[in-house]
Design a protein around this ligand. Sequence first.
Ligand SMILES: Cc1cc2nc3c(=O)[nH]c(=O)nc-3n(C[C@H](O)[C@H](O)[C@H](O)COP(=O)(O)OP(=O)(O)OC[C@H]3O[C@@H](n4cnc5c(N)ncnc54)[C@H](O)[C@@H]3O)c2cc1C
Length: 382
Amino acid sequence: MDAPLVIVGTGFAGYALLRALRQRDRHREVHLIGADEAAAYSKDQLPAGLAHRRDADELVIATAEQMAYRFEATITPHRRVLAIDPASRTLRTDSPAQAEQAWSQLVLATGADSVRPANVRGSAAASVLTVGSLAEYAYLRSELAGRGRVAVVGGSIRGCELAESLKRGGCEVTLLEPDPRLLGGSVPALCAERIAAALTAAGVRIRIEDGVQRIDQGMHELHVTTLGGKPLAVDVVVAAQGTRPRVQLARAAGLDVAAGIVVDAAMRTSAGTIHALGGCAEFEGRVFELGEDIEAGAQVLADVLAGHGARMRWKARVRRLNLECCAVAICEPPPGAGEWYESATARGVRALFHDRAGALRGFALVGDPAGESGSLLGRVAR
Ligand SMILES: Cc1cc2nc3c(=O)[nH]c(=O)nc-3n(C[C@H](O)[C@H](O)[C@H](O)COP(=O)(O)OP(=O)(O)OC[C@H]3O[C@@H](n4cnc5c(N)ncnc54)[C@H](O)[C@@H]3O)c2cc1C
């Protein structure tokens, strides 16, 4: 019997691909392996879950067993893939009972790790939490039981969403951002200022140009010393400083890796029989971050694995931030030369990014202008 198609990863990308495969072929043998509980859930619901104090179980859309039944696949949770061998088309896992697994085609959908603040000293430096998975969400919720002073480190999109959600969930929140403004790489200055003002009005304490220098364990709390030397007493420190693609398996197997596992327009890695999708993968110099792009990649890959020609193309997308305090819609411009033009009124900020030829390539809208994102998207050149 032929070896199955194996997908390493049971997150958003792994399950998006499984669904796309089943739309085309109900019979092909597919095996998914996940290092975690392999439950289907949506990470974009984690901030709202914190705001509404939901248990992790309440965020599960389907368990591994339910997904296996619904999509007629073998799903193995709590199993970590340790190595892949493109030459023999096998992989090795941490299971003593079934260490080796053969595959006919392999898809790496291993996602990304949360970045932790570097060079933090102190007796509780290792206590920094992240919210990159359901298990981490559950752990943060347990750490917050009966306590509520939180330092969020990193004013990224996720950091701002997390800070506001925790505040809405009843916590006292301080947001520390080492750079001179929030959302540094994603929006220009006036937009960032307006978002910071809205978060402040919502009760989030923001410290710009400050980060964490050390964390020491006190009797009942954590003593944070900021980079600016200020003391801060909190119960929990959460990092939200972005993510880094999980590329270790691919790198050890000799596949091309840049920031992520490099794939071509057919989602194929430098080893022809291995594909990659989701937060671990990089196409045309960009890592997959948005659910819509991962979904598009899954459709392409399902066609390719079914023997049809299909090609991945980046599309202009609107990212709507999960913030209650103000509406924010961002269409991130592609890398390349250009300039932001911002205009602000009392009702909001509109920032348009034009390239050197004058073409609209992206935008950021805060407040009332966020309602124009649909019509503006149609004018963005790609
Ligand atoms: C708090 C938060 C909020 C977000 N909000 C949004 C949003 O609003 N909109 C949006 O578009 N995106 C959002 N995202 C991003 C989006 O969730 C990710 O892009 C998406 O989850 C990536 O899917 P993935 O399958 O690549 O990775 P993951 O969902 O992380 O899945 C990775 C899988 O790989 C498995 N794995 C890893 N290594 C191994 C191994 N060695 N062996 C076996 N299994 C392994 C893991 O167990 C897991 O099953 C958010 C992310 C977070 C963390």
